[in-house]
Each structure stands twice: as C-alpha cells, then as structure tokens.
Design a protein around this ligand. Structure first.
Ligand code: ITT
Length: 215
C-alpha cells in the first residue's frame, strides 16, 4: 500500500487563473476525471497568507474542497529569481496588480535586474516552482512539487502561455516558454521521461500517485 489516495469522479480545479486552468485541464484530460473549475462553481478566492508555495496551495485546495464537498486540486506557483533574492516568488501574481496585467510585471523584473547590474546570463538565473495540493472534503491531502531552472532573458519573446512565460528560457532550450506550444511547455512524454515545465513535473508525480488511466 502506498498511502496515496486515488482521485476519481468529479474534481474541482481550485484556480481562478485561466492560464493555469487551461494547462491543468490538458494535463488531466487522459485520466477520465470530471473536472469543474472553482470559477464555474462560484467558489470564493481565499486569502493566500502562507509562507511557502505548498502552504498557499493547501489553503486554496482545502477552501474549495470544503465549500464544494468534492476533492479539489490547487496549484501555487511562481518565478524565483536568484539576483532578486527569490522575488517575485510567492508574490508573482501580486506583481501584476489587481488587474493581472503582466506588462508592468515583466518590466519590473527587468528594472530590478538592471538595478542590480544583472546584465549577463550567469546573473539572470531563475526557476519556476509549482506546488500542487489535492485536498479531499474529509481532510486528506497530497502534495507534489516541480521546478524548472533557466534564464531570465532581456526582452519578452513569444505570444503563448501566460504570466512570466515570455521572459523565461528553460535550460537547454532555445525558446522561451512564451514561444513554445502547449505540448512543448507542459506535455507529458509517453516514454516516462521528465516533462519540461514546473507544473507538468509536479503533475507527473501527482498522476503516478493518485491517477489511473481508464481501462
Ligand atoms: P490562483 O491562485 O487562482 O490559482 P494566481 O494567478 O493568483 O491564481 P498564484 O498565486 O499561484 O496564482 O500566482 C502564481 C503566478 O506565478 C501566476 O499568476 C503567474 O504570474 C506566475 N506563474 C506561475 N506559473 C507560471 C507559468 O507556468 N508560466 C508563467 N507564469 C507563471
């Protein structure tokens, strides 16, 4: 016995971020679970006052599970930049302001890096983190985390994805996340090798523990 619990039936995706919702729906598609978003159920957005990604993911998953009576999956994620002492980190969404406008957020990243003289690639290291928590209404929880390391480039590139994707170039790739197709960014390889994005990496662990392909 692994101690993990299988995720079946109707499941809430506890996010109000359309970019994440799209990725989570694509990742979950093969597993035959019946997905509904927190927005579709009119569930409120709880205050994210944790000190770690995993804490905030648990706050969101538990709030949706309690309010809906269904198992709920939440993602808390962010971009951590070494030269900025890990910022924006937990505050990645806040940097875009209440209007969730990433044009000023991307400009702020560049301005903060310039202030610190971070002009060369070696000084522009960063990583994305995704903490995925599944919470059941009876209090059971599961946590899975994924990371991807790379470089913060100088000018945004690419129309795809969301948030900080246009300025993040993962190690070993020529394209930014913003220049990648959905499949390149968060596709899960059939051969069992590691996916690329932080969220897809966390999801691979979640799927192995809590999901089964339909027979
Ligand atoms: P929910 O809490 O409703 O899920 P949110 O956008 O507030 O939505 P977070 O608090 O987890 O979510 O903030 C994470 C922010 O980090 C998110 O708004 C993006 O700006 C950024 N981010 C996370 N994953 C990303 C990705 O794959 N690509 C680009 N930016 C990402």
């Amino acid at each position: 016995m692994s101690g993990h619990r299988l995720l079946q039936g109707k499941v809430v995706i506890a996010t109000h971020n359309q970019g994440k919702l799209r990725e989570m729906r694509e990742l979950m598609a093969p597993y035959g679970v019946d997905l509904v978003s927190a927005g579709e159920l009119g569930l409120p957005e709880p205050e994210e006052n944790g000190h770690m990604f995993s804490e905030n993911a648990a706050i969101k998953a538990v709030a949706s599970a309690q309010a809906s009576g269904l198992p709920a999956i939440a993602d808390d994620s962010g971009l951590c930049i070494d030269a900025l002492d890990g910022a924006p980190g937990l505050f990645s969404a806040n940097w875009a302001g209440p209007g969730k406008n990433f044009v000023p957020a991307l400009a702020r990243v560049q301005a903060e890096l310039a202030k610190r003289g971070a002009t060369t690639s070696d000084k522009r290291r960063g990583h994305f983190v995704s903490a995925l928590v599944i919470a059941w209404p009876d209090g059971h929880q599961e946590l899975f985390e994924g990371r991807v390391y790379g470089e913060i480039i100088h000018e945004p590139r690419g129309p795809s994805g969301f948030g900080y994707d246009p300025i993040f170039k993962p190690d070993g790739r020529a394209k930014t996340f913003g220049e990648m197709s959905s499949d390149e960014k968060h596709g899960v390889p059939d051969d069992g090798s590691e996916a690329l994005s932080h969220r897809a990496r966390a999801f691979q662990l979640l799927a192995a523990a809590c999901l089964r392909l339909p027979q």
